[in-house]
Write a protein that binds this ligand. Structure first.
Ligand code: ZN
Ligand code: FE
Length: 255
C-alpha cells in the first residue's frame, strides 16, 4: 500500500506535509510552522504522530515544534550540520545518509543555498521529495547563506531525480514565481499554460503544491539555465549553467 501524503497550509503561506503508512501506523510531519493545523489533521484522520523531519532552521519551519511535541511526542530528525541551531534532535542526518520509514527508504540530500545545512528528504519507492525552501514551484529559495554555485549544485541533485517525482516545497509563492518566470522565459509554451493553471488554482485558494519534477524541469527557470531561449534573453549564450543560474537568481531578488 502506498504512503498517504497530506498537504497542509500553515501560517500565511507555508506548507507542512503529513506522510502516513497505513500498514505500520508510522506518521511523519515535514516541518512545523504551527502546531494547530497539524494536530487538527492528525485528529481528523485518527493518526498518531511518530516522526518530525525538519528541513532547515528558519522560524517558519520549526517554531510550532514545542507545542506539537507537547501534544504529540515524536522522534525529531534534522541536519547534523545544523544541530546547533535546530531544536533538540533525536536523529541527526547528513548528505548521503538514509533511514527507514514505514518500510521505505528515506534518503538525505544536502541542498544548501537558502541556508547552509538545508536538507531535502527523498523517498525513492513512493517517488516523493520534500524540498522546503530549496526547489520550489517555479522558484527556489532566496540565498540567505549559500552562494549561487552552492544552490545550483543543490538544484542539480534534485533535477536528476526521476521526472515523475512529486516535489513537496515549503511555500505558496507560485503566483509571484510565475510572474517572474515569464520575464526570463516568455516564449515557453509549457510555462504559459502552467501560468493559466496557477491563476485558476489560486482564484479558489487551492494549493499549487505539490508539483511534479517534470513540470519543474519544463517551467522552473531556476532549473533551466541550459535553455537556449533563456540564455538568448539574458544575452548569456556562452556562459556556464551556474553563471546563468546566478543571473536568474540575482534578477529574481530585484523583481
Ligand atoms: Zn526558509
Ligand atoms: Fe520558509
Amino acid at each position: 500500500m502506498p504512503l498517504e501524503l497530506v498537504t497542509l497550509p500553515a501560517l500565511d503561506d507555508n506548507y507542512t506535509y503529513l506522510l502516513h503508512d497505513a500498514k505500520t501506523g508510522a506518521t511523519a510531519v515535514i516541518d512545523v510552522p504551527d502546531a494547530a493545523p497539524i494536530s487538527a489533521a492528525l485528529k481528523e484522520r485518527g493518526w498518531t504522530l511518530t516522526e518530525v523531519w525538519l528541513t532547515h532552521h528558519h522560524w517558519d519551519h520549526v517554531d510550532g515544534l514545542p507545542d506539537l511535541l507537547a501534544a504529540h511526542p515524536a522522534q525529531v530528525t534534522g541536519a547534523a550540520a545544523d544541530a546547533h541551531r535546530l531544536p533538540a534532535l533525536d536523529r541527526q542526518v547528513s548528505d548521503g545518509d538514509s533511514f527507514t520509514f514505514g518500510g521505505e527508504e528515506v534518503q538525505i540530500f544536502d541542498v544548501s543555498g537558502h541556508t547552509v545545512g538545508h536538507i531535502a528528504l527523498y523517498l525513492p519507492t513512493s517517488g516523493i521529495v520534500f524540498t522546503a525552501d530549496s526547489l520550489m514551484a517555479m522558484g527556489c529559495g532566496r540565498l540567505f547563506e549559500g552562494t549561487p554555485a552552492q544552490m545550483w549544485e543543490s538544484l542539480s541533485k534534485l533535477a536528476a531525480l526521476p521526472p515523475e517525482t512529486t516535489v513537496c516545497s515549503g511555500h505558496e509563492y507560485t503566483a509571484s514565481n510565475v510572474k517572474f518566470a515569464l520575464t526570463v522565459d516568455p516564449d515557453n509554451p509549457a510555462l504559459k499554460s502552467r501560468a493559466d493553471e496557477v491563476s485558476k488554482l489560486r482564484a479558489d485558494g487551492t494549493p499549487t503544491v505539490p508539483s511534479s519534477l517534470s513540470e519543474e524541469l519544463s517551467t522552473n527557470p531556476f532549473l533551466r539555465p541550459a535553455d537556449a531561449g533563456i540564455r538568448k534573453n539574458l544575452g548569456m549564450e556562452s556562459a556556464s549553467d551556474a553563471e546563468v543560474f546566478a543571473e536568474i537568481r540575482a534578477r529574481k531578488d530585484k523583481f
